[in-house]
Design a protein around this ligand. Sequence first.
Ligand code: CAA
Length: 248
Amino acid sequence: MTKRVALVTGGTGGIGTEICKRLARQGHTVVANYLPALQADAESWQQQMKADGLEMHIVPGDVSSFQSCANMVQDIESRLGPIDILVNCAGITKDKTLRKMTEDQWFDVININLNSVFNVTRQVVEGMTGRGFGRIVNISSVNGQRGQFGQANYSAAKAGMHGFTMAVAQETAAKGVTVNTVSPGYTATAMTDAMPEDVRNAIVAQIPAGRMGSTNDIAFVVAMLCDEEAGYITGANIPVNGGLFTSF
Ligand code: CAA
């Protein structure tokens, strides 16, 4: 298998960490992006990975800023070489019903979850099409597909990500680049831990699989899409939600 350079935004987070581990175990050079203000946390994450036998690179970058992403990608490519795999995994929630949602809560979620996908992907797409190989995976959500009470901002951003996926997949398919979405359901991470317990319990009770997803459930699919052999899957959305929302 060809060894690639993979950038995972939000790579030190719950789902991001598992994606980094899986890609690293496959032999790729993995770079985890983190928010510049969280450098100490990212360094201890890197130490933890090292203790687990995995050599990870870390790079600061604010995915909501186009210029910060330009600097980040330039830094990675000058140190490690061209980025062939990009996983857009950075994301936040600021849940509120619309009648209570502030302008900041709306724009923060749109900037970090959706505009980030443009900000980062724009930096790597020409390199990938020029070299004739690329794998881009956007981490969306079941709540982008079905909407969720209290998540007008998040549902809009996550639905928007898949529109981006479908459009860019068409622009890049002839050049060996695939662009896909993975839509996790409720996955056991700090993000779902932060939900009100009664709301979380009520949602888990509706999951046909009878449990929340694990980060491994998600990373498995992401790694599959990043594989050399997945070159004919593009513009797709792959739900990984235990049956919580079914569609075709
Ligand atoms: N459907 C219909 N009505 C509902 C409802 C629902 N799902 N949930 C609450 N309500 C009702 C309440 O019964 C209440 O009714 P009354 O006013 O008649 O008593 C009313 O709506 C409450 O509305 P408020 O605007 O006052 O809401 P709140 O301030 O109490 O809290 C909330 C709302 C912050 C959105 C809270 O419900 C919440 O945190 N929900 C979780 C949302 C969620 O699923 N987030 C996912 C986070 S994880 C993630 O995002 C990862 C991923 O991709 C899956």
